[in-house]
Ligand binder design. Structure first.
Ligand code: NAI
Length: 776
């Protein structure tokens, strides 16, 4: 196009970024890559092509790693780990060096990323690469501070990390920076479509002084991912589809491997009638056309208030027509290529299968070849429509309308996911009223798709668990120091002895604030250490679990109470337990034969601890390098079911109950199986302490029979198990169905005399990061 023509038409001329340097690097490296293991590239093995989706041309060939590669990488990482974990300052220097080198080679990384993934150079240059650099800088800081700030925590050891293709370098940074900062070594697999920036990163590691074996990069498809998950790693971190996340949850169940999953989403983008419409439309460009909508937290579900919907849709279509789709290396391009033909086919198939609503495709020039899909808007869908529920992962926005704020919240939350949500309103009262009601790990107010290394990111529900970013994200890469002993199963006492109490004492379940007979009508005799019959404990079944969940639902109000009120109730609970201390001590003694008084005293102290925490375990405001604050707030997990420890029947149960209540959860406790009777008495203390009915429910019975029911239940948000029966694997495996959170002992013992503090508070809370405009 000539300058004259440009002036005549006012069209953009092409402004391509040069690919020369990136292509030269590929040639320099021989065009065929092995894996990066123990500080060196291996010889290429069986390879496959990494292509440029905009042109279909092969860029390079990368290796399909073998089991031997996985084994070698894990061995190298294991060897390197102890020395790497030793000195936080040394790690900080290396992370800083990586940040500096990424900065130095930022243009090369950006171009290579756009070539390999198809994203516009504007995005890789201004978003992906700068955010990756910021991640390494920020985490150099954590490495420096860790020894002083977290003396009780240590690295897991070796981390297996699997990342997707939508942000190849950025997701690598989100995984590797915190792992290295905390003192872990890593074996990372990039996605098969986009391995090149990970290999360039490996090259950078050599220059940055990363010790041999601390970072290993294995290329290949899902089979390599499976091998990494199955290998001798201590932690697995995955970002990708919910389906694969579920498989990884099942594969790691019972292995004791720590797991974090960042999965899919169908995030709502809510526009209220008082919103700044131009900003909201520009925000949508960032929400759904950023990276061609191939973003886990894309604002892919548009909810517009009915009174402005027609106007909004009209203006949105006009904006869509102005989006420029084409050569990712062109600096004036808004929407680049879809990552691969496979993904393009998926998008096409999903959109073509939809018969509902009205489909509008942007009236913009489309490239004649390559993997491109036009920006698309589908309006008039019902909330239950497939495209309103399923992740499309392409530049396709689906839309519906709402009348009232309450309806907006209802539609927004009508999804199995819970990753992110965006809302637009000029009314600060409305915005800050709606934000807490959205079921999502991240909420953006009057902005969208904002990320920062200091701000935790991650989802709830089927969007996975765990956070990345901030101290909160770092926590996923550390564990409490020390090697816990194996937990031995605690056997119930048996006997023929005469009843200790001549009256038949059959305890009851406690559900919804009332004593309840077990649905099945069965109970188990409980004997003391010398064989005396102490009473009978009911055998709860599936129906009793359902009733307990109903009761927790009815006690929803507890989650909305203030920390001050919860503190008062926990203090009161302690006071009332103290008033009956002798009785409870005797109860424990008659069941276990020892230590009742000590247990009761420790339980009272524990209630005080969490009464103290109830109004002090607050969120933090993160200073992010944008005009805004990211508020990392602590919300209750919701409804928790807990199998109580057997080795400390009263103290163990109180150690779970108290942090759960303090943080605003509702909880159903399954009492220690061999020694349930201290808990069946506790209901009287709960009642006199003003704990609302349903906030705490108590079941007794077989842990092995109840665990599957609890883990399968779709309306329980988390299952905790400290049972001495070996149930961790089964609970984790079954929890994969709805990806509920689990916190299980994996057969490790715990000293309940000292088991309290932030580990428990963290398990009882979920971080919600709310981004609000703030400052000039
Ligand atoms: P995927 O979940 O299969 O791939 C993500 C990563 O997991 C890749 O590195 C892949 O090689 C690896 N992987 C695949 N199977 C594995 C297994 N059994 N064990 C361990 N690792 C395994 O995603 P895919 O198939 O590329 O995309 C399909 C859909 O997934 C997309 O349409 C999109 O809806 C969703 N997706 C979501 C992402 C997110 O960030 N939430 C990222 C990528 C895809």
């Amino acid at each position: 196009m000539t300058v004259k023509e440009i002036f005549d038409t006012m069209e953009y001329g092409p402004a391509p970024e040069s690919a020369a340097e990136a292509l030269a690097w590929l040639v320099d490296m021989g065009g065929r890559f092995g894996c990066f293991i123990d500080g060196a590239f291996t010889d290429p093995g069986e390879t496959f092509a990494s292509t440029n989706p905009a042109t279909g041309n092969d860029l390079a060939h990368v290796t399909q790693a073998t089991q031997a590669d996985v084994d070698a990488a894990v061995r190298a990482a294991r060897r390197a780990q102890p020395a790497w974990a030793k000195d936080g300052h040394a790690r900080a220097r290396v992370l800083y060096a990586i940040a500096r080198l990424l900065q130095k080679h930022s243009r090369l990384f950006a171009v290579l990323e756009s070539l390999d993934n198809g994203k516009p150079i504007r995005e890789s240059r201004d978003i992906d690469v700068p955010l990756a650099i910021r991640h390494f800088y920020h985490h150099a800081g954590y490495a420096q501070l860790m020894d002083a700030e977290q003396p009780d925590r240590e690295a897991h050891g070796v981390c297996g990390q699997i990342v997707p293709w939508n942000f190849p370098l950025l997701m690598l940074a989100w995984k590797i920076a915190p792992a290295l900062a905390a003192g872990n070594t890593v074996v990372l697999k990039p996605a098969e479509y986009t391995s090149l920036t990970a290999l360039l990163f490996a090259d950078i590691c050599r220059q940055a002084g990363v010790p041999k074996g601390a970072v290993n990069i294995l290329t290949g498809d899902g089979r390599v991912g499976e091998m990494i998950v199955a290998a001798e790693v201590d932690k697995v971190a995955f970002t990708g589809s919910t389906g694969v996340g579920r498989r990884i949850r099942e594969a790691t169940a019972g292995s004791g491997k720590s797991l974090t999953l960042e999965l899919g989403g169908k995030s709502p983008y809510i526009v209220f009638d008082d919103a700044d419409i131009d900003s909201a439309i520009e925000g949508l460009v960032d929400a759904i056309w950023f990276n061609g909508g191939q973003v886990c937290c894309a604002g892919s579900r548009l909810l517009v208030q009915e009174s402005i919907a027609e106007n909004f849709h009209t203006r949105l279509k006009a904006r869509m027509d102005k989006l420029r789709v084409g050569d990712p290396l062109d600096k004036a391009i808004d929407v680049g290529a879809i990552v691969d033909q496979v993904q393009l086919d998926t998008i096409t198939r999903m959109v073509d299968a939809n018969a509902e609503g009205e489909t509008y495709r942007a009236n913009t020039a489309m490239p004649a070849s390559g993997c491109f899909y036009p920006p698309t808007l589908i309006t008039g869908l019902s909330p239950a429509a497939t495209l309103m529920q399923e992740e499309i992962f392409g530049p396709v926005l689906v839309a519906t309308t709402f009348r009232t704020p309450a309806e907006a919240v209802e539609i927004a939350n009508n999804t199995r996911y819970g990753l992110a949500a965006t809302l637009w309103s000029e009314n600060v009262n409305l915005a800050l009223d709606i934000a807490p009601r959205l079921k999502a790990g991240v909420v953006w107010v009057n902005g969208t798709n904002m990320f920062d290394a200091a701000a935790p990111f991650g989802g709830i529900r089927e969007s996975g668990f765990g956070r990345e970013g901030g101290w909160e994200g770092l926590a996923a890469y550390t564990r409490a120091r020390g090697k816990p002993a194996r937990l031995k199963p605690v056997q119930p006492h048996s006997g023929e002895g005469a009843p200790r109490d001549p009256l038949d004492r059959t305890a009851k379940l406690y559900i919804g604030g009332k004593q309840a007979r077990p649905d099945g009508g069965y109970s188990t005799p409980i004997h003391g250490p010398k064989g005396a019959l102490l009473g009978h404990a009911p055998k709860a079944n599936r129906k009793d679990v359902r009733n307990a969940v109903e009761a927790m639902n009815a006690a929803k109000g507890w989650s909305g109470t203030t920390g001050h009120l919860r503190a008062q109730i926990l203090f009161y609970l302690a006071e009332n337990l103290s008033a009956r201390a002798d009785e409870f001590a005797e109860r424990v003694d008659t069941m276990t034969g020892k230590g009742g008084a000590r247990e009761v005293d420790a339980a009272i102290r524990r209630l005080f601890t969490y009464a103290a925490w109830a109004d002090k375990y607050d969120g933090v405001a993160k200073g992010v390098p944008l005009r805004g604050l990211a508020l990392a707030l602590k919300e209750p997990v919701g409804k928790i079911a807990a199998l109580c420890p057997d080795e400390a029947p009263l103290l163990g149960a109180v150690s779970l109950l108290a942090p759960a209540l303090a943080m605003g959860n509702r909880i159903t406790l399954v009492a220690s199986e061999p020694f349930p009777l201290a808990l069946t008495d506790l209901y009287q203390v709960l009642e006199t302490s003003d704990v609302p009915g349903g906030a705490v429910n108590i079941l007794t019975g077989s842990h092995a029979e109840l665990a599957p029911t609890l883990a399968d239940h779709l309306d329980i948000d988390a299952v905790w198990s400290f049972s001495s029966s070996d149930l961790s694997g089964e609970i984790e495996r079954r929890a994969a169905a709805n990806l509920k959170r689990t916190w299980v002992n994996n057969g490790r013992a715990r000293d309940w005399a000292t088991a309290e503090g932030t580990e428990f508070l963290d398990a009882a809370t979920e971080i919600k990061t709310v981004w609000v405009p703030y400052g000039e």
